[in-house]
Design a binder for this molecule. Structure first.
Ligand code: GDP
Ligand code: MG
Length: 290
């Protein structure tokens, strides 16, 4: 059996989460770090006849690390890289212009001393800015154009990943270790969904808000075969943060909700109705995380 850890890296919105969710959604349950340990990045266990892959999905790297938020994300990302990683998937969105942010990510990728695979995502959108990424194909001998959203051309990529992973048979202890380090959570897991929503708060809000907020999933009800109802709330410490999270005319919270809903729907292959609200609770830290 092959087993190893694969780190996904790339600027925000290239399609990292979609790729992992789509790959794993139909196959196995999503895993996530224990509630009390590192909250980022999200890990997912993929399994097939070849073996097992733990995908480490990073929340993205931002060009400007001036503010606390992006600094924190960058630290978390670098921490994930320093953890033992067997293969790095560097994902780019060839439908989007290369920019400084991409150059920054490339700089980080270059520093990682691990087998790397370049993934040119979103080929379903046509050629796009592919010429701008062509030079990378020489640097990364292994490159795969895919459409993560449609699961197109994914098989050759998986074959390549498995070929780079060490062969090993896990003994009982290692299996137990895997299960305790990456506890399998059902797709309807409240923690998993809360983490997804939290990630969107991180990505869509600036500065200090994410530190002062958490997400609680209160209810998950299967309304019918296709539709799942989820009630969740974002708790934050002060009214002014609540106002910012809601945004003008409720626009911000709608945006966060829509983004999260899309990703949960993809991961579960279900229609999701997400009832997302914001509440002020100065004591949430004591109430929920002690
Ligand atoms: P991440 O920030 O890298 O995790 O990116 P996401 O997975 O959240 O995806 C960002 C956006 O790109 C979402 O709107 C996805 O639906 C979209 N997307 C992801 N993969 C593809 C793809 O292969 N083709 C197309 N057309 N869109 C995609
Ligand atoms: Mg993501």
């Amino acid at each position: 059996m092959k087993f190893g850890k694969v780190l996904l890296i790339g600027r925000p919105n290239v399609g990292k989460s979609t790729f992992v969710n789509n790959l794993i959604g139909q196959k196995v349950a999503i895993t996530s770090p224990k509630a009390q340990t590192t909250r980022f990045p999200i890990r997912a266990l993929y399994e097939d006849e070849w073996g097992k892959i733990v995908f480490i999905d990073t929340p993205g790297i931002f060009n400007k690390a001036e503010d606390m938020l992006s600094k924190r994300i960058n630290q978390k990302t670098m921490q994930a890289i320093r953890e033992e990683v067997d293969v790095v998937l560097y994902m780019v969105d060839q439908s989007r212009r290369r920019d400084f942010e991409e150059a920054h990510v490339l700089g980080i990728v270059r520093k990682i001393d691990r087998p790397k695979i370049l993934v040119l995502n979103k080929v379903d959108k046509g050629e796009g800015f592919l010429p701008q990424y062509k030079f990378m194909e020489e640097e990364f001998k292994d490159f795969f154009p895919i459409s993560g959203i449609n699961r197109q051309h994914v098989k050759p990529l998986l074959d390549k990943i498995f070929s780079l992973l060490p062969k090993m048979s896990l003994n009982k202890n290692q299996e137990d270790d895997l299960n305790s380090n990456y506890p399998l959570l059902n797709l309807d897991s409240k923690i998993f969904i809360a983490e997804l929503i939290r990630e969107k708060v991180f990505l869509m809000m600036g500065k200090e808000i994410p530190y002062r907020s958490t997400v609680i999933v209160e209810e998950i009800t299967e309304r019918n075969e296709k539709l799942t109802y989820i009630k969740a709330k974002i708790l934050t410490t002060e009214d002014r943060y609540k106002k910012m999270l809601i945004g003008v005319g409720g626009r911000k919270i709608k945006e966060i909700g829509a983004y999260a809903r899309k990703e949960i729907a993809l991961a579960t292959s279900k229609k999701i109705y997400l009832d997302l609200t914001v509440e002020t609770d100065p004591h949430w830290q004591e109430v929920y995380y002690t």
